[in-house]
Design a protein around this ligand. Sequence first.
Ligand SMILES: O=C(O)CCC(=O)C(=O)O
Length: 154
Amino acid sequence: MESVYEVAFYHEHVLVKEPGTDKETPWHHDQSYYPIDGEKVCSIWMPVDPVPSDTCVQFIAGSHKWGWFEPIKFETERPYQIIDKENDGKVYQKVPDVAANKDKYSILHWDVQAYLLIRVKAEADRPPDSPRQSRFLTYYPDLNTRSPITTESR
Ligand SMILES: O=C(O)CCC(=O)C(=O)O
């Protein structure tokens, strides 16, 4: 494993799901939504409320090797337009329909998770009447990594 000597803290965000939030976070990877790129960009996800571990975020084992996925707006499920200023030729696939084919994937979850942004994940089966706040801390090791910009399509 390669060592990393400098790590930059990129940001923190808090996600609040109130009781009655019935829209699930769809399968996606975070990498396509971030203006930073690289194999070692990672986040730590942790619930702030006490929640059963089977309602924590779930990940697909090995999906960090699947490449890049089209970013979509979760609310409408419409794709964002990608402005690739660096023109680095990334190919953005549609995320496979994991929800309909769960038996085909090895799905993992823990109650606190450190993960690469390129790994595919989604919200696990949270009952819509149970609140859940979660916190993400994101770090990246290479200060020169930049990624295409996404804007919402009309
Ligand atoms: O339900 C969650 O906490 C996961 C949300 C998520 O995957 C995201 O906001 O990128």
